[in-house]
Design a binder for this molecule. Structure first.
Ligand code: ADP
Length: 161
């Protein structure tokens, strides 16, 4: 069985993430979405909220699993015997960061491969940070985040102001 890990913050999940996951779920038998939990980082949504949001947005896919993980992605992968990390690539600005991260993961475990998937053209500008900004100032979230995420995001921003 071919399994890939798709790690990220998903704070919140966007349609760019959904697009990448839909596409890689056709290539791999199973995709584990690994939600990073870090006490150092200031996330808008808690790890559990992000897990529920991702599960709801992907309920149409049968071969995915959503897990919360604190620590290095490679540690999770070694523990669960998974050899492939998939990351999404938007514009050139993502490239250096992703290249360094892939090299670091290779240094930590030479058996682990990182595969990069290009964003679909309609989502190359969509980021979690960008959609939070749009939501904060009352812009339309249509075409940016899944419908089920829109209300959650608006509500969350309202209550954390
Ligand atoms: P991180 O917190 O590591 O930046 P994110 O939660 O923002 O992770 O995203 C997880 C993964 O999804 C990363 O590989 C990121 O490059 C990718 N990604 C985010 N937005 C998009 C998008 N619009 N199109 C394609 N890939 C994306």
């Amino acid at each position: 069985m071919k399994t890939a890990v798709y790690p990220g913050s998903f704070d919140p999940m966007t349609l760019g993430h959904v697009d990448i996951i839909e596409r890689i779920s056709k290539v791999f038998d199973r995709v584990v979405i690994l939600i990073s939990h870090s006490s150092q980082k200031n996330h808008l949504f808690s790890a559990i909220e992000r897990q529920q949001m991702v599960e709801k947005s992907l309920s149409h896919l049968k071969n995915i699993q959503v897990e919360i993980h604190e620590g290095l992605t490679v540690n999770y992968m070694q523990k669960h015997k998974i050899g492939v990390i998939v990351r999404g690539l938007r514009a050139v600005v993502d490239f250096e960061y992703e290249m360094a991260m892939a090299a670091m993961n290779k240094k930590l475990d030479k058996e682990i491969e990182t595969m990069l998937v290009f964003s679909s053209p309609e989502y190359y500008f969509v980021s979690s940070r960008g959609v939070k900004e749009v939501a904060r100032f009352g812009g339309s979230l249509d075409g940016l985040v899944p419908e089920s995420v829109q209300d959650l995001l608006i509500q969350k921003i309202r209550t954390t102001k």
